[in-house]
Design a protein. Structure first.
Length: 263
């Protein structure tokens, strides 16, 4: 009996050791060294900054909650529950960039931004006339769309273009990053990182906690979670991405035409 108990203890210890080793291996780089949150981010920044081409489709899901944890009924439907679907296409050598988003809920809203070098045009279904508008620059145009796109126009674009896009935080502005653990996202193993966006001296707002899911193989972002605090309201936001990097981008995907008109 004593031998049986000893055997069971040995098996438990062996099982625990295996779990520890697996956790350690899951947090290591291809060189066998444990990567820190900073190293993962630097690798991620370099991946986007050197990308020859990039494409994605994704979705923003948001809901507003009162501080007493009840859903805020006065939030408009577009912000309360409507999903925002978006897509990005980028060819660095030709300076081609295209971003669009649309809501999956009425009233329908669709927005397209397309650039070829310094030529930048935009279309929006809410404008009185369904025509292209000339934009001052790609950066300013993406910044103007940050709020209505659920911030999706700024997050990855700022990494690809290596520019800060105004109106909302970008990943480079997040501080105190730390690696939490490895998790699965869209059937891919990811580094789960946590950081904070500092709101300075705004006493009515707390620092925003941000979680980012970085693919361990490609170092591309697959998901971003954050909780922006707007005083009496806390928004829970999740942005998910299905990205492709350094693949051939169809000419239609970056053509200066209105994606909304094709839907």
């Amino acid at each position: 009996m004593k031998q049986g108990i000893g055997y069971m203890k040995t098996r438990r210890l062996a099982g625990f050791a295996i779990i520890v080793v697996c956790e350690w291996l899951s947090l290591t780089s291809s060189f066998g060294q444990v990567m820190t949150g900073k190293q993962i981010l630097e690798r991620m920044y370099a991946t986007y900054a050197s990308a020859k081409t990039y494409q994605d489709v994704g979705t923003v899901q948001r809901r507003g909650v009162k501080k007493d944890k009840t859903l805020l009924d006065c939030i408009t439907p577009e912000v309360k529950l409507a999903a925002i679907n978006f897509g990005t296409a980028f060819v660095r050598e030709k300076q081609q960039f295209k971003f669009h988003f649309d809501l999956d809920k009425k009233p329908y809203s669709c927005y397209t931004i397309a650039a070829f070098g310094k030529q930048v045009k935009s279309w929006w279904t809410y404008r009185p006339k369904k025509k292209a508008y000339d934009e001052e620059s790609l950066i300013s145009s993406l910044g103007a769309a940050v709020g209505i796109s659920g911030t999706s126009s700024g997050k990855i674009s700022s990494l690809l273009l290596n520019k800060e896009i105004s109106q909302n935080w970008t990943i480079r502005q997040v501080t105190n990053w730390r690696l939490i653990k490895n998790v699965m996202q869209d059937n891919r193993t990811c580094y789960l990182l946590e950081g904070f966006v500092t709101n300075g001296n705004k006493a009515s707002r707390r620092d925003e906690k941000v979680n980012i899911y970085v693919d361990t193989q490609t170092f591309l972002v697959l998901r971003i979670d954050d909780q922006p605090d707007m005083g009496d309201i806390v928004y829970f936001s999740t942005i998910t991405y299905k990205p492709l990097i350094n693949k051939v981008v169809p000419e239609k995907a970056v053509a200066i035409v209105d994606v909304c008109a094709e839907k």
